[in-house]
Design a binder for this molecule. Sequence first.
Ligand SMILES: Nc1ncnc2c1ncn2[C@@H]1O[C@H](COP(=O)(O)OP(=O)(O)OP(=O)(O)O)[C@@H](O)[C@H]1O
Ligand SMILES: [Mg+2]
Length: 243
Amino acid sequence: MSGIAIEARNVVKSYRLGEVVIPALRDVSLSVASGSFTAVMGPSGSGKSTLLHVLGLVDVPDAGDVLVAGRSTSALDDDALTVLRRDTIGFVFQTFELIEALSARENVLLPAEVAGRVDAGRERLAHLAERLGIAERLDHRPGQLSGGQRQRVALARALVNDPVVILADEPTGNLDSATGRDVLDVLRAGVDEEGWTVLMVTHDPVAAMRADHVVFLRDGTLAGSVSGRADDVREVIARFAGV
Ligand SMILES: Nc1ncnc2c1ncn2[C@@H]1O[C@H](COP(=O)(O)OP(=O)(O)OP(=O)(O)O)[C@@H](O)[C@H]1O
Ligand SMILES: [Mg+2]
């Protein structure tokens, strides 16, 4: 697949808390190329999670458009957005968000079941389990897995319906640094070898270094971006400090 996987065009999003309007995104435009690995950095409250929620069709922007595989979503109703989200977006969270009562296998297959594609999901699961190193753990419950294994299961779940893009919010935020590095290795290899498209929010310059592009948010606006993999973590930190 080539071209643009997902795109935000002039996205504006505010939250209302009673009388108070909190601007979270002010006119953000961003294109994520298919088969690329992009990191989103920025201070707390700068709008990173909001951007992921809007791109992931969980939150509807107040203005602007989100295009998934070139398709505008601004005119879609809730049902159409739900179907498109299910079929094209894979989410990964800092806290894994696995269902404790289900085995790893059942967790991974759940989105395939919801989409009515269990057979395709099972085939994909076999491949993903090998790639992600969880083949021996599929009958375990999340509570019987390490943090790194849980995040790999969550990643398999995000990938089971062959999404256009994986949106990951601090996927290494709850992992120790060595385990976090393993998850980043898996993401990097998936992009390089399987053509995954990853957009990852992170506070960690070491994590951002693994991406092809780093975009910086500040106060709900795109404050800068760097393309080409950083050779040096200091480069990312310096760039981050400068915006
Ligand atoms: N559901 C909500 N209701 C009200 N305000 C919200 C909501 N979600 C986010 N906000 C506000 O929108 C702004 C952007 O929040 P967002 O969660 O996108 O930031 P973030 O960059 O992900 O921060 P962090 O690094 O702390 O996760 C903040 O001012 C936040 O308080
Ligand atoms: Mg956040």
